[in-house]
Ligand binder design. Structure first.
Ligand code: SDX
Length: 431
C-alpha cells in the first residue's frame, strides 16, 4: 500500500490548511508552500533563505552537522584524493562517473575548446591594467554571448551542451588572460598537450623568454583546489545563476551573474580577504587582538575564512585544503611560511574560544586556499577568479538541471512591505 502522503496542518485565523510534506533521499523533509498564498493569503518570510529550499536537485548534498559533502553520492574527500577535476566535471554534468572511453572523449572535447575567439582579446585591452581580474572575468564572460551565437538558444539541448563545454574549457584561459593583462605580460595560448590544471598554470606563469615546465605536484595541487570548489548546492552564486536562468537568459549571461555574486567577501571573495587578514595579523602574538575584534559586536570585523551558513561542525573541504597546504609549502620549501603559522595558530585559538564554539564557527574552504595559492605564485587578486573558474562546472550543472525540469518557472520572490500606504501626489509648490 502506498505510503500515506505526509502533510502539515496550518491554522491561520479561521482557515486551516493541509500542506504537503515531501521527503528527500537525504536530509530534512520539506514543507510544500506553493499553494499557501492562493489558499491562505499569506507569504512566508525568510530573508537570506535560512529555512527555504528553492528547488529540488540531485547534484550535491551537504550535511552541515556531520561535515558531509557528496557529489551524486560520492564524498568530496574521495573525489579529491582519487579523482581529478575533469572527471568530477563529467560527474556533475551527467550524474555518473565516466567509463575510460567516455572520460577520454570528454577530456578531448574540453581540451579542444580552450582557445577563445581571437577578437575577444580586444575586450581585455579595454580595461585599466589595475582592474580587478574579477571585473575582467564578469565582462569577458558576459561578452561570450556576443561571440558564440550558436550556443545561446537554451531550448536546444545540443546548444546547451556546447555552451557547457565552452564555458568549462575557456574559463581558465580567460582567468589566465586577466592575470597576464594585469601584470603587463603577453597572453599565453592554451596547449593541447597539457592537462587542465597544468594548462592553467602554464598560461599564468609561462613567458616567451624562457621555457616554463609545470611541476606535476603543483598541477596536482591546483587540480585538487579546482575539485574542492566545483559545486556546493544552492549557495549564493549558484542561486544567482538559477534565478538568472529562470528568465531564459543565455548561459554566458547567467554565468557572468554568478561570477559577479561570487566576488563578494562574504562568499567567494573571502579567500582574498582571508589572506589579507592573515597579513594584517602578521605574527601569532597579535592573534588575541583580532579574536577580540571578531567577538566585538560593535566591530564589523569578522574572521575571514571562518563560519558557514550550512557547516556547523567542520567544512570537509577545509580539511583536505589544510593537508594540501602542508604538501605544497613543503614542496616550495616554505613549510615555515609565517602566514601558515599564523593561520594554524589562529584556527587553534578560535576553536578553543567559547564564542566560536557556541556560534559553531569553523574554518571554511577559503581559510587555507589562499595560503596555497600565494605559495604557488598567485597574487591575492587571482584567488577569487580561481574559485570562479572552479565553480563554473557547478553553476553550469545546476543551470542544466533547472532547464531540464519542464515545470520550472521564473523565480519571483514576494516581500513584507513596510513602505507608506497610498497617498496623493503633491505639486512642488505645495510641499
Ligand atoms: C563560501 O554557501 C556556500 O556554500 C558558500 C561556499 C561555497 O562553496 O559556495 O561554501 C563558499 O562563501 C564560504 C564562506 C566564505 N565567507 C567567509 O569566510 C566570510 C566570513 N564568514 C561570515 O561572514 C559568515 O560566517 C558567513 C557569511 C559565511 C555565513 O553567514 P550566516 O550564515 O548568515 O551567519 P551570520 O552572519 O548570521 O552569523 C551568525 C553569527 C553572528 O553573530 P550573532 O549576530 O548571532 O551574535 O556568527 C557570527 C555573526 O556575527 N559570525 C562571525 C563570523 N561568521 C559569523 N563572527 C566572527 N567571525 C566570523 N567569520
Amino acid at each position: 500500500m502506498a505510503d500515506t502522503p505526509k502533510t502539515a496542518t496550518l491554522t491561520i485565523g479561521d482557515t486551516t490548511l493541509d500542506l504537503p510534506i515531501h521527503s528527500p533521499t537525504l536530509g530534512p523533509d520539506v514543507l510544500d508552500i506553493r499553494k499557501l498564498y492562493a489558499q491562505g493569503k499569506v507569504f512566508t518570510y525568510d530573508p537570506g533563505f535560512t529555512s527555504t529550499a528553492a528547488c529540488d536537485s540531485a547534484i550535491t548534498y551537504i550535511d552541515g552537522d556531520e561535515g558531509v559533502l557528496l557529489h551524486y553520492g560520492y564524498p568530496i574527500d574521495q573525489l579529491a584524493g582519487k579523482s581529478h577535476y575533469l572527471e568530477v566535471c563529467y560527474l556533475l554534468l551527467y550524474g555518473a562517473l565516466p567509463s575510460a572511453a567516455e572520460l577520454e572523449h570528454f577530456e578531448t572535447t574540453i581540451t579542444r575548446h580552450t582557445m577563445i575567439h581571437e577578437q575577444m582579446h580586444n575586450f581585455f585591452r579595454g580595461f585599466r591594467r589595475d582592474a580587478h581580474p574579477m571585473a575582467t572575468m564578469v565582462g569577458v564572460v558576459g561578452a561570450m554571448s556576443a561571440f558564440y551565437h550558436d550556443s545561446t538558444d537554451i531550448s536546444d539541448a545540443q546548444q546547451r551542451e556546447v555552451a557547457s563545454h565552452r564555458l568549462i574549457a575557456k574559463m581558465p584561459t580567460i582567468a589566465a588572460m586577466a592575470y597576464k593583462y594585469s601584470i603587463g605580460q603577453p597572453f599565453v595560448y592554451p596547449r593541447n598537450d597539457l592537462d587542465y590544471a597544468a594548462n592553467f598554470l602554464h598560461m599564468c606563469f609561462s613567458v616567451p623568454a624562457e621555457d616554463y615546465v609545470v611541476d606535476p605536484i603543483l598541477a596536482r595541487a591546483m587540480d585538487r583546489i579546482f575539485t574542492l570548489h566545483a559545486d556546493h548546492e544552492q549557495n549564493a552564486s549558484t542561486s544567482t545563476v538559477r534565478l538568472a536562468s529562470s528568465s531564459g537568459a543565455n548561459p554566458f549571461a547567467c554565468i557572468a551573474a554568478g561570477i559577479a555574486c561570487l566576488w563578494g567577501p562574504a562568499h567567494g571573495g573571502a579567500n582574498q580577504a582571508c589572506l589579507e587578514m592573515l597579513k594584517e595579523i602578521g605574527t601569532p602574538d597579535r592573534i588575541p587582538e583580532f579574536i577580540a575584534r571578531a567577538k566585538d559586536k560593535n566591530d564589523p570585523f569578522r574572521l575571514m575564512g571562518f563560519g558557514h551558513r550550512v557547516y556547523k561542525n567542520f567544512d570537509p573541504r577545509a580539511t583536505v585544503m589544510k593537508q594540501s597546504a602542508d604538501e605544497v609549502l613543503e614542496l616550495m620549501g616554505v613549510e615555515d611560511n609565517p602566514l601558515l603559522q599564523v593561520a594554524k595558530e589562529l584556527e587553534k585559538a578560535a576553536l578553543e574560544d567559547p564564542y566560536f564554539a557556541e556560534k559553531k564557527l569553523f574554518p571554511n574552504v577559503d581559510f587555507y586556499s589562499g595560503i596555497i595559492l600565494e605559495a604557488m605564485g598567485f597574487p591575492t587578486s587571482m584567488f577569487t577568479p580561481i574559485f570562479a573558474l572552479s565553480r563554473t562546472v557547478g553553476w553550469i550543472s545546476q543551470w542544466k538541471e533547472q532547464l531540464s525540469d519542464p515545470a520550472h518557472k521564473i523565480g519571483r520572490p514576494r516581500q513584507l512591505y513596510t513602505g507608506p500606504t497610498q497617498r496623493d501626489y503633491v505639486d512642488v509648490e505645495n510641499r
